[in-house]
Write a protein that binds this ligand. Structure first.
Ligand code: AMP
Length: 331
């Protein structure tokens, strides 16, 4: 049954102007829900049929990073739900909420082409009616790194994800390692609140030149786009310093990274963090699993990136290959 707020988003109606119409038999049917109630009803029906639901929450402006999450969800479950919601709670004053790229028609095409079963696209008023009062707060781990320059950002992320999990009721949640701090905080939230959902963390998808794919890359000026790959180059440099030159001093590492990023560029580094990936504590010396994360501004655009390294001779971590460099994957 279709409610007033529920739309059928499949068939041969291509939402992208000028795109040739595909033959009906080739087109995957995708449902579109705008109300929490209709999305939840669909999810319940799917669960009642024994279907495993994978969920990919996004801000939209879908790109290869999002599509990798969608494909992973496809490969692991029966039903893939994607949400597209530019969440005002996670943007601070003066941030790019208004400028954030929005193109629902294109996103719907991409989602459908990649086998998404249902897309949840609520309005702000649907998510946050005037009486809305809840707030998830995850404490000190939300105040460092990205949280230091974006106060309230992770509370906004946690609150919306908590709400989306309540609506979509997935078995699995798909998150990108590109947002390493967000991933860890959401894993903590799920553990702390005993939520019945498993997290699948997906590797960072990169452009051919190593730049982590991001919705914000397209708004970089030409000059800044040319400089932006330095962030990943600096992370690779750090990896080489640790694995080949046996550097164990985090300060020496951050100094070298800083020099590499800043020399002759207009990149304004916000932070370089060399930390324990679980606790985000600073490391006096490099041992075991190490997360190296960077945030920087190029003009108005803020970019983040990170890698994880297993430092040889330290405690080994599950699930991470020693010293393996994430290979740049283009699109
Ligand atoms: P966003 O729309 O930016 O909030 O991202 C939605 C999800 O996609 C988050 O779990 C991100 O970590 C993930 N994501 C964004 N960019 C990438 C990327 N380049 N590679 C892998 N995952 C990504």
């Amino acid at each position: 049954m279709t409610t007033g707020k529920e739309k059928r988003a499949g068939g041969s109606q291509s939402a992208r102007a000028g795109k040739p119409k595909a033959k009906d038999k080739d087109v995957h049917t995708m449902k579109r829900f705008q109300s929490s109630e209709s999305q939840r009803r669909y999810s319940r029906q799917m669960r009642d049929k024994g279907k495993r639901i994978g969920f990919v929450p996004t801000l939209g402006a879908l790109h290869e990073g999002h599509l990798a999450l969608i494909r992973k969800a496809r490969s692991q479950g029966d039903i893939v739900v994607v949400s597209i919601f530019v969440n005002p709670l996670q943007f601070g004053p003066g941030e790019d909420y208004d400028r954030y790229p929005r193109d629902l028609a294109r996103d719907m095409d991409l989602a459908r082409e990649n086998g998404v079963d249902a897309i949840f696209v609520p309005e702000v008023a649907e998510m946050y009616p005037p009486e809305f009062a809840a707030k998830i707060s995850m404490g000190p781990m939300t105040e460092k790194m990205c949280g230091a320059s974006r106060p309230g950002h992770f509370d906004g992320v946690c609150t919306v994800v908590m709400k989306l999990l309540g609506v979509v009721q997935p078995h699995r949640l798909y998150l990108g390692r590109k947002d390493a701090q967000q991933l860890r905080i959401l894993e903590r939230m799920i553990e702390d609140l005993n939520l019945d959902v498993k997290v699948t963390a997906c590797p960072t998808v990169r452009e051919k030149d190593g730049l982590a794919v991001s919705s914000r890359n397209v708004v970089l000026s030409k000059a800044h786009r040319e400089q932006a790959p330095r962030l990943y180059a600096a992370l690779r440099l750090a990896q080489r310093e640790i694995l080949v030159e046996h550097v164990r001093d985090p300060q020496m590492l951050t100094r070298k990274m800083r020099e590499h990023i800043e020399s002759g560029s207009e990149i304004d580094i916000e932070y370089i963090a060399v930390i324990d990936p679980e606790t985000f504590e600073d490391l006096p010396t490099l041992t075991g699993r190490v997360l190296i994360a960077v945030a920087a501004r190029l003009g108005d655009v803020r970019l983040i990136d990170n890698i994880q390294i297993n430092v040889p001779g330290g405690r080994m971590a599950e699930g991470f290959a020693t010293g393996r460099t994430p290979r740049p994957s283009g699109r």
